[in-house]
Design a protein around this ligand. Structure first.
Ligand code: WTA
Length: 637
């Protein structure tokens, strides 16, 4: 983080306000505004409300143990099992025939798992894992695309108390090896391949290459046969097992859910930091699940009768919390789609919403901007009237995209929740409660009840409304990461050092720093301005690249933009804007922006091009070919 005053004069598009409909409010899970005061007055006991959404084998002694900050413990002494909470209890409570997972493959094939089906497969796979030698606390790596076996494997791990580490299926062999090495993981579940834009991809080849890079050797690998006759020629090696064979072998077996301590690790999720070594974010059994369930209930307004769809990939935290754990803890129907939104046509997502009468849809702004660029005629081909609530996550949403989503997908009837959170926070932190709060496009909203978020300057002092500063979280919350795996020191360095008195054992002296810039308005609504490493300094003025992007995409005809800082003799830094426009007959600066497989713009590369520097690693790009053409254009200027 750079020094100095945080004057980032915000000039966002003037914010309009939208109220949720009376109809929505009348049915909302949380609609009494008193919830904010209740949580504040009763903090931290207010979090019992989240814990009470779960079934505990043994009740906790204490809601929060803050005696050793920042190593907070939640619901200490409590015992529970996550797979019991996401599966068994619904079977026992009369919902065994309710659909748990509705899966659609890219070619249109579907698979439906009731809670009873899920119960059977989770048990059988848990038995198989045990048989392969997986013991409590062994880390099992899951390197899989969006197929039902992924959540089944996650829940089977949870059942036997083995933390999982899901590695996004699009990541490279090297990324897999790095993560398995870092977690000392000796077990892998993967698959032969999957479909992308209609074609089968060889996934096992990549997995095998990754396995070669695992230093400590691997005890067993399980391979799901996803492609059937389209599969590639692979012979399974000695310690590699076919998923279906294992389930056959363990047919009908039942495994008692292991009693886990509330603070026992549920999973690890590696997320990239600014340095090369990924950070192993550790989440726990009690606090994480309670937080995922509570936010799914309060923000996503999920009820078990709903059909709910989050279009993220389970390889990211969004999929963990809001495809798998939150929704299944609530006993609802969660939709999974294997493929891309434009296969076979650009109306694929709207087709799925219509087909399954989806009630709640949660997606990313980058996807919404793509939909906008493709045009409203695609959603218009479908009946989307089943929708009740829309959500976004992952990056700031510019008001124009917000309004497009609200209008063309939600028919101006569905509240939109713009949810700010991170891998590290486990669940949503800043957003509107849709049955209570008005919406302001472009602004995520106030901190959720019980969350103490502030906007501060470099000295940690709160900034005035309208001024830009840094986002901090000043009190712990149940879904928070507990540490970075086997690296308490880096945990403190990355997230706490900036604003905490690290010598103190008073929790009030400990402040979590998410490394995002933000500003707050008079209603306590927080607008996220982007990662602070995306802030540039032009003539002594700090400008949020997200903010400028937001202004550019506000111009008629512009679909998407990426803004970076390039060196400038006089101004220090100058703004480089890469712009794609909607109508191809106009001047096109670039046909595409270089993106990672998860859809995030690789600003670092654009920055290197702007500075005429040698380009760094482009292997994680989805579309490496666009880089050269952008580079040529910039150089010929
Ligand atoms: C950004 C994804 C603006 C932010 C759940 C954060 C957002 C990072 C929003 C975390 C939002 C996430 N508005 N920015 N609604 N949601 N971000 O770990 O910069 O993949 O720090 O978690 O995404 O990304 P992560």
């Amino acid at each position: 983080m750079a020094d100095g005053d945080t004057e980032l004069e915000a000039r966002l598009v003037e914010q309009e306000e939208f109220e949720p409909s009376e109809e929505f409010v009348a049915q909302a899970n949380v609609s009494d505004p008193a919830v904010y005061d209740e949580f504040e007055e009763n903090w931290p006991d207010c979090w019992e409300r989240a814990a009470e959404m779960l079934d505990w084998d043994e009740k906790y002694d204490e809601v929060l143990d803050d005696s050793n900050p920042p190593f907070y413990e939640w619901f200490t002494g409590g015992k529970l099992n996550v797979s019991y909470n996401c599966v068994d209890r619904h079977v026992e409570n009369g919902d065994k025939n309710r659909v748990a997972i509705k899966w659609e493959g890219e070619h249109g094939e579907t698979r439906t798992y009731t809670y009873q089906d899920l119960y059977r497969e989770v048990n059988e796979f848990a038995a198989a894992l045990r048989d392969l030698g997986v013991e409590e606390d062994d880390v099992v790596t899951l390197y899989m695309p969006m197929i039902p076996e992924l959540p089944i494997a996650m829940l089977a791990c949870a059942r036997i108390g083995a933390p999982h580490s899901v590695v996004f299926g699009g990541f490279s062999a090297e990324a897999l090896a790095t993560r398995m090495n870092a977690a000392d993981s000796r077990f892998l579940v993967t698959c032969d391949g999957y479909y992308r834009r209609g074609d089968p991809l060889d996934h096992l080849d990549k997995a095998n290459e990754g396995l070669d890079g695992v230093d400590h050797g691997v005890d067993a690998t399980v391979v799901v046969d996803r492609l059937g006759d389209d599969g590639f020629d692979h012979d399974l090696k000695g310690n590699q097992h076919d998923w279906d064979d294992l389930l056959d072998e363990h047919a009908g077996e039942r495994i008692d859910p292991v009693e886990r301590d509330a603070e026992d690790m549920l999973f690890l999720m590696y997320t990239s930091g600014t340095t090369g070594q990924p950070k192993g974010v550790k989440h726990t059994t009690g606090g994480y699940l309670a937080y995922a369930a509570w936010t799914s209930h309060a923000v996503l307004d999920i009820e078990k009768e709903d059909t709910y769809w989050c279009s993220a990939d389970i390889g990211w935290i969004t999929g963990h919390s809001y495809i798998v754990y939150g929704p299944l803890a609530l006993g609802t129907t969660t939709v999974m789609y294997e493929g891309t939104p434009d296969f076979p046509n650009r109306d694929r997502l709207w087709d799925i919403i219509e087909k399954y009468a989806v009630d709640i849809f949660y997606t990313a702004p980058t996807a919404i901007r793509a939909f906008m660029k493709w045009g409203s005629r695609f959603p218009e081909q479908h009946d989307l009237s089943s929708l009740r609530l829309l959500g976004t996550v992952g990056e700031p949403i510019n008001p124009r995209a917000w309004k497009w989503y609200y209008k063309h997908i939600g028919n101006e009837d569905c509240p939109v929740v713009d949810t700010w959170w991170q891998t590290e926070t486990g669940g949503m932190m800043i957003t509107t409660l849709p049955g209570i709060k008005k919406m302001k496009p472009g602004s995520a909203g106030p901190p959720l009840p019980g969350i103490d978020a502030q906007i501060v300057d470099t000295s940690g002092k709160q900034v005035d409304a309208g001024r830009a500063g840094y986002l901090t979280v000043n009190k712990p919350w149940p879904g928070m990461l507990r540490t970075l795996y086997k690296n308490d020191e880096r945990f403190i360095q990355e997230y706490w050092q900036e604003y905490s008195d690290t010598d103190s054992d008073d929790p009030d002296d400990w402040v979590y720093f998410p490394e995002d810039g933000a500003k707050i308005d008079g209603d306590d609504y927080i607008t996220i301005l982007g990662r602070v490493d995306d802030v540039i300094n032009v003539s002594g003025h700090r400008l949020g690249t997200m903010e400028i992007e937001s202004a550019i995409v506000g111009v008629e005809g512009v679909a998407e933009a990426a803004v970076v800082g390039g060196n400038h003799e006089v101004k220090g830094e100058a703004v480089y804007a890469y712009v794609i426009i909607a109508r191809p007959e106009m001047v096109v600066f670039t046909p595409e922006l270089p993106k990672t497989r998860s859809g995030k713009i690789m600003r670092r590369l654009l920055e290197e091009i702007a500075n005429g520097e040698e380009l760094g690693d482009t292997t994680t790009l989805r579309n490496p070919e666009v880089v050269e053409s952008i580079q040529r254009q910039v150089e010929s200027e």
